[in-house]
Design a protein around this ligand. Sequence first.
Ligand SMILES: [Fe+2]
Ligand SMILES: [Fe+2]
Length: 333
Amino acid sequence: MFKRKRIDQLHINSTFVVPDKKEALSYVLLDKRFLHVGDIINFNLYFKRELTQMSLFLQSDTVIDQAQKQRLQQVEQIFASNSEYHKYEIFVESRLQNLLHDTSLTMDEKTEIIYTSSTKLTHSLYDNPDALENSQRSEKIVTPILQSIIYNDYTVASYMKIIEHDYYTHTHSLNVSIYTLCLGAELGLKEEELISLGRAGLLHDLGKSKIKYEVINKNGVLSQEEFQEMKKHSSFGYDAALNIGIDDKDILDGIRHHHEKLDGKGYPDGLKAHEISLFPRIIGICDIFDALTTKRSYKESMHSFNALQIMKLEMNTHLDMNILDVFIKMLHE
Ligand SMILES: [Fe+2]
Ligand SMILES: [Fe+2]
């Protein structure tokens, strides 16, 4: 249980002086919109007094009251220390579950908050692929996204407006997860199956965290040798998922086989059409669509119409065309 303290019992403005600029970098900007009256925060909040000076704004184990909420609105930015950032992430995970019921926000604002915070949570997940909490975290990220999609009549439209088109492994993975949830819903999957599918989409490139940084972030097209190295990510991801305790066969299948092709020319196992199950078929389509519509250092992002045209005309021996047709229809509704 938290030890509750009232705000007025605290020395709210007791100054916490950061000794030098290096130290100042160890604070992380928070999203104030998650802090509500009645919330108990179990990490210190700071604000920037000057460029290199942080002051304590609110002490850990405090219940936020009305006056404090007003003060929060007057402060431009609010921070947590790097060492307590994981506590903020856990706090955000729990708040995300209730965000849809927040009557003070519009649906577009809710979608934007869910996307922005899920981007950061997915970043942490990919930064530390072997962390045991990732299995649970993937579910905590996917659930509010699915709820928001259901709330929006299963349409991808609100996410299409805000999806990030600059490539990072974690934003790509989050985008793929969102597309798989919408496509899976369109294909008639049940809510429970959708959660598994969304988790598989989120974790599909987890193995990239095990590939050399220079290969992942190469400023150009990969050499043959580098491509061979890159191809290991799907089996590395499968191993990582097993290590963090994921035992759902569909999720594991989605991660391991998202680069398999119907003609048997994919990797890592060279599966043929009838051997490729539903999850990798769905993820494979969402993965390629996001890759094509995303900007890389060596290529511009492609318009979704052109991406779908290439997928339809040039990848018909790789992808499940029936599922692709549903995807195309979904994006144009
Ligand atoms: Fe991949
Ligand atoms: Fe991918």
